[in-house]
Write a protein that binds this ligand. Structure first.
Ligand code: FAD
Ligand code: NAP
Length: 313
């Protein structure tokens, strides 16, 4: 029986492992289906993690230094894909692809969320090289420049507004002429002088070179006219898929409370509605979707787990 099973080896899961083992838990295993590091390893540069300020270092370089530290105190990594978590009595069963399983007294789940891709030509090739899904992460790279924001939901409009404080101009491109975003957010964006709103329009292609994005081709769906714009950055906000499958029962119901967007409901201790189960990082409600906050969540949850296990010893 494990003291704690950690699911997901991104910044949240790794930090949970570091705090749990360094805090004295003996049997802690992190189940990560790939190499540990999480989605930040896709980033070409990170400059907003305090204490790490090296120009030109990629997300991969950044996470490389986490591994040795997080595994130094006894955390074990098993490269396994978790397909389910169930609680029976006072313990959990974590089931893996292939059918085997392990039992654990507590579970910390940090499987992240995945920004939806649009399939626009050039999007995949230039992902992380001028195509971004995170204004907080990458907005600063476009200080004083013009950027495109794609989408008509709350995220796109809120992020367009955030970018308008950094960039010279934000061009918001939406495929319809009405927005999903709340009316107050739409009004705020419409009132912002340096945001240009282009509706009924799609991005046909994102173009670039070895250095990254150089521009886009836009197509107006009503007039069918196409035009090119030169921009160094394209922010795509087409929604997120929360990686919450591991918390789903066969019936389709979740083992703990979720909100309407599939994010795990937690309190300030990262406790879910199911005792002994904690959720951390990008998959939880109101996640800022940043490495620093994911790591913070991992630490908070691990400290809670230590008390939880001690109380049951
Ligand atoms: P993730 O990093 O998503 O890690 C989840 C892990 O769980 C993954 O490794 C995944 O393989 C694993 N997993 C998922 N399902 C299973 C399963 N069923 N079984 C086993 N393992 C599973 N943040 C910043 O602070 N600054 C930045 O500059 C920045 N730039 C970014 C640039 C890009 C291109 C991207 C994509 C993100 C960026 N972010 C940045 C956001 C940051 O990466 C995330 O907020 C952070 O990684 C979230 O950490 P997490 O541990 O919650 O989840
Ligand atoms: P969303 O509401 O699903 O919006 C995604 C947007 O992307 C939509 O406008 C959609 O266009 C567009 N889109 C999707 N695929 C596209 C494609 N292939 N090409 C072009 N455009 C595409 O996602 P979200 O904005 O991330 O919000 C998710 C949920 O979180 C929502 O319920 C939202 O209200 C909520 N949220 C709330 C707040 C808040 O309350 N402050 C903040 C952020 C998010 P269409 O509109 O044409 O479908």
């Amino acid at each position: 029986m494990l003291d704690c099973a950690i699911i997901g080896g991104g910044p949240a899961g790794l930090t949970a492992g570091l705090y749990a083992t360094r805090g004295g838990l003996k049997r802690v295993v992190m189940f990560e289906m790939g190499m540990p590091g999480g989605q930040i390893t896709q980033s070409s540069e990170i400059e907003n993690y305090p204490g790490f300020y090296e120009h030109g270092k990629t997300g991969m370089d950044f996470m490389d230094t986490w591994q040795e530290q997080c595994f130094a105190f006894g955390l074990v990594h098993e490269m396994k894909k978790v397909i389910g978590v169930a609680k029976t009595g006072d313990h959990f069963t974590v089931t893996f692809e292939g059918g085997d399983s392990v039992e654990a007294m507590s579970v910390i789940v940090g499987t992240g969320s995945t920004p939806k891709r649009t399939g626009i030509k050039g999007e995949s090739e230039l992902w992380g090289k001028g195509v971004s899904t995170c204004a907080t992460c990458d907005g600063f790279f476009y200080k004083g420049k013009s950027v495109i924001v794609l989408g008509g939901g709350d995220t796109a409009l809120e992020e367009a507004h955030y970018l308008s404080n950094i960039c010279e101009k934000v061009i918001l491109v939406h495929r319809r002429d009405s927005f999903r975003a709340s009316p107050s957010t739409v009004e705020r964006v419409e009132r912002t002088a340096n945001i240009e709103i282009i509706t009924d329009t799609v991005i046909e292609e994102i173009v670039g070179d070895m250095m990254g994005v150089t521009g886009v081709t836009l197509k107006n769906l009503k007039t069918e006219e196409s035009r090119q714009l030169e921009v160094p950055g394209v922010f795509i906000f087409a929604g997120h898929t929360v990686n919450n499958e591991v918390l789903k029962e066969e019936s389709g119901a979740f083992i703990c409370e979720m909100n309407e967007w599939g994010q795990v409901v937690v309190d300030l201790s990262m406790k879910t509605s199911l005792e002994g189960l904690y959720a951390v990082g990008d998959m939880r409600i109101q996640a800022p979707k940043q490495v620093v906050s994911a790591a913070g969540d991992g630490a908070v949850a691990a400290l809670q787990v230590i008390s939880y296990i001690q109380e049951r010893a």
